[in-house]
Design a protein around this ligand. Sequence first.
Ligand code: NAD
Length: 354
Amino acid sequence: MVKPSQNSDQAVRVVFGAARRISIAAEARRLGVSKALVLSTPQQSGAALEIAELLGSLAVGVFCKAEMHTPVHVTEDAMTHVAETQADCLIAIGGGSTTGLGKAIAFRTNLPQIVIPTTYAGSECTPILGQTENGVKTTLSDPSILPEVILYDSELVMSLPVPMTVTSALNAMAHAAEALYGTNRTGGTTAMAIQGLEAFIEGLPKVLTTPSDLDAREATQRGAWACGTVLGQVGMALHHKLCHTLGGSFNLPHAETHAIVLPHAIAYNARAAARELQPICDLLGGDNAGTALHDFAKQMKAPTALRDLGLQESDLDRATDLATTKPYPNPQPVTRVDIRALLQAAWAGDAPIQ
Ligand code: NAD
């Protein structure tokens, strides 16, 4: 089994365990910092205040305005707090939105980051930053963006509501699924992607039956780490392009959009990459990876229709244009007519087109 390295090339320290947040002050001291700014969304301000309390005199402030898709105006507001408090470290507690804010500040300041993830999105494992300005989402990659420390505390992901547990898990699985056919994949990334998929396929039903099962929660967090790591190492394709378009230009919620689009995008690419996607059939059964994921998502009671997220049928033409204008590597050739059909099926909640 591939294990997180605490001495990897990029020197990311990865720690797992129930209640590990209690060691946050020791983690800050280990980094040699003494003025931590704690970040969260408004909804998780209580968790951020707990971290500040655990840090005691090592905390200089709490900024609880993180938002989905990392709007630049929020980052600029946070930068004022960084300057006022003379923070020397960022501690992000939350999902990908809060991690994104920490990364955006780190990119501008090179401050070290400790991330305490509370979803399975996997942003903490990548040197990638997506930001939104004037309704346009852009992505960049830089070594300063990769966090220095990740603390996976299973008690924190336990509070994730069941519907979000399901969609966030499918979001993580999407990274691993596309890593199976990504152009720069290696034997190591494929092994890690399969490990991540397996962790969720085995662990998610257990977590849904008993949301407070800390061992099962930790197993899914280890899956999130594996899926997030391959997201950072392998180029993503059609699935991520579609979700990026739908999230950035139509403001659809991130995890739910991934959960709905995943079976459709994988069925599309199974036409050209059935062999690469075979591990999904091996884990879930069936002979089409997209259909197998569709059945799994339905069993987990995931949402299945983009129209239920508020997307209008009249938006589908523009979404198709945005997702097909610039070419990108994808196993199955991307054509406007095929992507329009895929989006129609995902919008209506139909089974994926094979
Ligand atoms: P999120 O961070 O937006 O969280 C959604 C909501 O759930 C928020 O209100 C949050 O406060 C709340 N929440 C999170 N954890 C909770 C918990 N344990 N209990 C109760 N409530 C909780 O959602 P997300 O799906 O984790 O992240 C989405 C964002 O992350 C998007 O902007 C996406 O682009 C970004 N992302 C970036 C990367 C990358 O590598 N750059 C990777 C994955 C996701």
